[in-house]
Write a protein that binds this ligand. Structure first.
Ligand code: 13P
Length: 255
């Protein structure tokens, strides 16, 4: 049986206790539990415990936006994979382009974080994607292949990894890649995963970058797209539910 599509909402550095409680309540009213898709909510670290409590018994999963590679120690301001697991997380985003660009995160560190996350029972959602300059100079494929080669642990497989392809020029810009380009690069990622580990069949490859209700169906229907990593639209219950419904092939329920 084909695995269900994954729709993950990356809230980034947004929302407080009250606004997040309202968003989860709206998502529940809108039928988030009845989706065929596997839904993952990825709030900032301050909200993890509260959201874990609010989504228990809903079938919705919890993720974090980053972790440190060490499990404990003198790393002021950091959060370990162990801590995330104990807060109720099943997933952790690693190597998001904002972390790579704004916080100098390197492929080596992302790989170390991936090992740590897997050890703690979390499934890493490893982000890859090219810059506009790399796309325009025809280097997109090589850039993404290099990220995969250097970020992923050798034993990468469908039980310990999800890939998110997020072209940097499409993140938060309202621009999305064309379906043909998405399909082409997702096939390229599939081949790079096979080169890394011949037993890597079935690793979900999500698309991210300005996914909205208006474009979700045509992206999610592509054969190599296993779901979406949604930023801005995941903060709006109506939009996020519409994307989840597009993944489940259902029409919207009024909220
Ligand atoms: P947007 O959907 O806001 O473009 O963000 C995508 C993203 O970065 C998800 O991780």
């Amino acid at each position: 049986m084909a695995s269900p599509p994954i729709i993950a909402g990356n809230w980034k550095m947004n929302l407080l206790l009250e606004s997040s409680t309202k968003l989860i309540s709206d998502l529940k009213k809108g039928g988030i539990s009845n989706s065929r898709a596997r839904v993952v909510i990825i709030p900032p670290a301050t909200l993890l415990s509260s959201i874990a409590y609010q989504i228990k018994d809903t079938g919705v999963f919890l993720g974090a936006q980053n972790c440190h590679e060490e499990l404990a120690g003198a790393f002021t301001g950091e959060v370990s994979a162990d801590m995330l697991a104990s807060a109720g997380c099943n997933y952790v985003i690693l190597g998001h382009s904002e972390r790579r660009m704004l916080f100098g995160e390197t492929n080596d560190r992302i790989k170390a974080k991936m090992s740590s996350a897997i050890k703690c029972g979390l499934t890493p959602i490893v982000c890859v994607g090219e810059s506009l300059q790399q796309r325009e100079s025809g280097e997109a494929m090589d850039a993404v292949r290099k990220q995969l080669e250097e970020c992923l642990v050798d034993e990468v497989n469908k039980n310990n990894c999800i890939i998110a392809y997020e072209p940097i020029w499409a993140v938060g810009t309202g621009q999305t890649a064309e379906p043909d380009d998405i399909e082409e690069i997702h096939r390229h990622i599939r081949n790079a995963l096979k080169a890394k580990n011949p037993n890597s069949d079935g690793i979900p490859i999500l698309y991210g970058g300005s996914v909205k209700p208006e474009n979700a169906s045509k992206i999610l229907v592509l054969p190599e797209v296993g779901g979406a990593l949604v930023g801005g639209a995941s903060l709006n219950p109506k939009d996020f539910l519409a994307i989840i419904n597009a993944a489940s092939g259902k029409s919207e329920k009024k909220i």
